[in-house]
Structure formats: C-alpha cells, structure tokens
Design a protein around this ligand. Structure first.
Ligand SMILES: O=P(O)(O)O[C@@H]1C[C@H](O)[C@@H](CO)O1
Ligand code: HPA
Length: 282
C-alpha cells in the first residue's frame, strides 16, 4: 500500500553518503538540463556516482550526469545533484524524488531547484531567468501527486499546504544580487507549470497552459519542491527560459533538447554567478 522509500532506507543512504564526504552541507542544489556547469563552482569536491548508491535511480537524460557533488561554493558547504530524475524516464513520481529525501537525511535544510523551461509568457525571451513564485502541479491536480500513497509522518504530514512553497526572502535576496551582477534586465518572476513530458507542447497545449496562468513550462521541479516542503525544507527555484513555446500556428517552431542544452550553455556563467552569490549570502 505504501508507495515510496522507507524512512529507515532513506536515513541509511544519508548515513552512507556522509561516510563518503568530509563536508556537512545544509544547502542542496539540483541542476537542470544543461545547467550542470553549476558544479564547476564547487571547490574541494567529493563526488559520489548515483550508480554507487544502493537502489538509487539512475539519470538517463543527456545533460544529466548522475553524480552527487559535495564541496564548498564561495565558502559555504553545499551538495549538488548533477543529474535529475524525471517522471517521463519511466520512474513512478515518488521515485524521482528519492534524492530529495536523501538530501534531507544528509542535513540539507534549503533546496535550490534549477530547470530549463519553455516560455509561455510573451514578454519573456530565451535566456531570461525566472524566479519561481508559484507552480501548477498539472500531474498532481489530475491524480499523480508525488505524495500519493501511504504517508510516513516521520517524513511529513499527510495533508500538505502548498500556498507558501517558494521562499520569499530568498526571492528578494536573489533579485538584489541579480541587480548587483547587472542581470536585472533578464530577471523575471512567474509561475512554472509541470507537464509529464517527454513530448514538448502542441500549439493548442501551449495556449491552454498559458490560459491556466503559467509563465513557463517544464517537466520537473514540482515534485521535488513538494517533497522538500513535505520534509520542512526551505525551497527556492529558478527556471532558465531555453525556448519560447509556440502560441501561433503560422510561426510555430519545433523545440529540441539540443536547443535546450545550448541555451543552458549560453547562460551558464550568469546562472553560476547568480546561484553562487545567493549561496554565499544565505
Ligand atoms: O531537468 P529539467 O527540468 O531542467 O529538464 C528540462 C525538461 C526536460 O527534461 C528537458 C527537455 O529538453 O529539459
Ligand atoms: O518548452 C518546453 N516544454 C517543456 N519542457 C521544457 N524544458 C525546456 N523547454 C521546455
């Protein structure tokens, strides 16, 4: 009846990981598609491959390496997930978030989520960075919520309020850091909607998602944010707009994963500066 990993199993993986690193981070960062370069900011790194961790799911998507990187970023202890797990890879929703539960068991209290996303808001452009103010859990509201199944209260409550998922103080701090880095012109703040993927949206779907009130669409992040909040972690999220969704048939263009990765590479340095300065000032 109980979907999901047992509390004891998660704790044991956490202990195993802490045995493989001298670092004791409280900040975790998940790298989105094409954003793995964030790990280049980590010094004194101890790397653990997902394949070395018992019953840990493996990332199968190009641009997601399958490594946990423990170390320091601008003097703060961090752990980065360089390799995210997506529902469309075939994992049940709960399994895509095992790493988030494990990060909590390692001592993480603040989780920074990054992703690549398609722009739905016509004021946005490729290369913009959107602070996630709120999300729409499209799979969740249609029955595939990551918290579906038996609930172990040692992880968190059966019924989770989600009105305050994304931390407002970290959003304010990020805007101020972006200003100092000269990035204000590309900063946006909006609503991210998760679709199951792996198909990119049709024109009709993009119109629907925009009418729902979403500014950007992607295939991840929401289950991770929910599970992190379930366990009482602070959550902050950034979407890099890697492509603009087609809302008109006559100018519709096909998005590709290569395009997503290339947009990530192009904005990599700015995103690294933004995230590392945020970490430093937290
Ligand atoms: O891991 P994220 O959400 O950044 O990855 C996005 C969604 C798909 O996995 C992929 C599509 O190109 O990028
Ligand atoms: O346009 C998109 N749609 C869904 N997921 C995405 N991830 C990057 N771009 C997109």
């Amino acid at each position: 009846m109980c979907e999901g990993p047992s509390f004891e199993h998660v704790q044991s993986i956490g202990e195993l990981l802490l045995g493989k690193t001298k670092h004791r981070p409280t900040i975790g960062i998940i790298c989105g598609s094409g954003l793995g370069g964030l790990a280049d900011m980590v010094e004194d790194a101890n790397v653990v491959l997902y394949s070395e961790i018992p019953s840990f799911p493996i990332s199968t998507v190009p641009g997601h390496m399958g490594k946990l990187v423990f170390g320091t970023m601008k003097g703060k202890q961090v752990v980065l997930m360089r390799g995210r797990l997506h529902y469309y890879e075939g994992y049940p929703m709960w399994k895509t978030t095992i790493p988030v539960r494990v990060l909590k068991a390692c001592g993480i209290s603040t989780l920074i989520l990054t992703n690549a996303a398609g722009g739905l808001n016509s004021d946005y452009s490729v290369g913009d960075i959107m602070i996630i103010k709120d999300h729409i859990d499209l799979p969740g509201i249609s029955g595939e919520c990551v918290l579906r199944g038996g609930n172990d209260e040692r992880f968190g409550p059966r019924f989770l309020a989600t009105v305050d998922t994304y931390d407002k103080e970290l959003a304010t701090l990020t805007k101020s850091i972006a200003g100092k880095l000269g990035l204000s012109d590309i900063m946006r703040e909006g609503t991210y909607i998760m679709i199951g993927g792996p198909t990119f949206e049709t024109v009709a779907e993009s119109r629907l998602l925009r009418n729902f009130g979403a500014d950007a669409v992607g295939m991840s992040t929401v289950p991770e944010a929910i599970v992190a909040r379930h366990m009482g972690m602070k959550v902050f999220g950034l979407s890099l707009i890697t492509d603009m969704c087609s809302l008109q048939y006559d100018v519709a263009s096909a998005t590709t994963h290569e395009q997503v990765l290339a947009a990530g590479r192009k904005r990599a340095k700015d995103l690294q500066e933004l995230v590392s300065n945020l970490v430093q000032n937290m």
